[in-house]
Structure formats: C-alpha cells, structure tokens
Write a protein that binds this ligand. Structure first.
Ligand code: FAD
Length: 137
C-alpha cells in the first residue's frame, strides 16, 4: 500500500484535505493538471472546516462595493493584508462557489436568491469531498 502511494505521480501534490486544499485541487484539476490530495486523516471529516461553520466572502461584482469591503477589511487588519489577494479571493469565490451547488444545498438569502456565505462545515466538507473526487474533475 505504501509503495503504491510512493509510486504515484501527478502534476500537483496537495497536502491537507480541508476546504483550502480541496478548492486548490478543484482549481488545479480544472486547469488540466493531475492532482493528488493527501490528508493525515480523512478528506471530509478531518480539520477545522468539518467541525465549524465557515463563511465565504460573497460579494457581488460591483467594483465600488468590492473596493469598499476590501478597504474596510484591510483597515481592520491594520494594513497587514494584501488588497490584491483579497480581490482575487472575492472574485474566485464568486465565480467558483456556485459550482458546489450540485453537491451542497446552499440556503436562500430571503430575497429570492441563494445564500452562498455561511455553510455547515460537516455537510460542506462532505460535499467538497464528493465534488473533488467526482468523475468530472
Ligand atoms: C472555533 C473556530 C471558529 C471559527 N469561526 C469561523 C467563522 O465564523 N467564519 C469563518 O469564515 N471562519 C471561521 N473559522 C476559521 C475557518 O473555520 C478556518 O479558517 C478554515 O476552516 C480553515 O480551512 P483549512 O482548509 O485551511 O484548514 P482545515 O479545514 O483545518 O484543513 C486542514 C487539513 O489538513 C490536514 N492536515 C493537517 N496536518 C497535516 C499533515 N501533516 N499531513 C497531511 N494532512 C494534514 C487535516 O487533517 C485537515 O484535513 C473558525 C475557526 C475556529 C477554530
């Protein structure tokens, strides 16, 4: 068994299987890379995400609105964050999070739309596991 693992080859090796890792795996696979995900426990139940209720930074693609939330968060962090990365995170989240909808039942926002922010960690990680290991990946 160990020999099989040691003999495995891929373009990308991701160590860890929480939400950061599995979303990275999705991104790499969608870019055409072969990916191996390695977790010390079990992808879907190990780690903080599976036991918590993380929120996503779900901000509509409105330039002024996004600038404002980034400025506010940057100030709250005493200028230690990187606004360009924050913008990237917001944009990537907006474009990719709905793709998980096939596996995760996002709630409603009370205005006829979908609430893509707060998630239930255990169900969310189960969904991410199904997504990242799905045949379409
Ligand atoms: C009490 C608490 C409350 C929080 N509240 C919020 C909140 O309200 N809103 C919010 O947005 N965020 C919140 N967070 C933060 C958020 O939950 C985390 O930032 C996020 O879940 C981390 O995701 P991750 O993928 O980086 O790590 P994890 O989900 O922890 O995944 C790490 C993975 O790496 C694996 N691993 C670790 N070491 C190794 C190793 N040596 N080899 C192989 N695999 C390894 C683990 O098994 C695990 O699967 C909270 C966190 C805590 C602890």
């Amino acid at each position: 068994m160990a020999a099989d693992v040691l003999d495995a080859h891929a373009d990308v090796l991701i160590i860890g299987g929480g939400m950061a890792a599995t979303w990275s795996a999705v991104g790499a696979a969608k870019a055409g890379a072969s990916v191996i995900v390695v977790d010390k426990g079990f992808v879907g139940t190990s780690g903080v995400t599976a036991t918590g209720g993380p929120n996503h930074w779900w901000i509509a693609p409105d330039a002024a609105l996004r600038r404002k939330v980034i400025e506010d968060r940057h100030a709250a962090g005493y200028g230690l964050s990187d606004p360009e990365w924050m913008e990237r995170v917001i944009d990537t989240t907006w474009r990719t999070l709905p793709d998980l909808g096939e596996h995760y039942a996002f709630g409603t926002d009370g205005k006829g739309g979908t609430f893509h922010s707060g998630v239930r960690g255990s169900k969310y990680m189960r969904a991410l596991r199904a997504y990242v290991f799905s045949p379409s990946m």
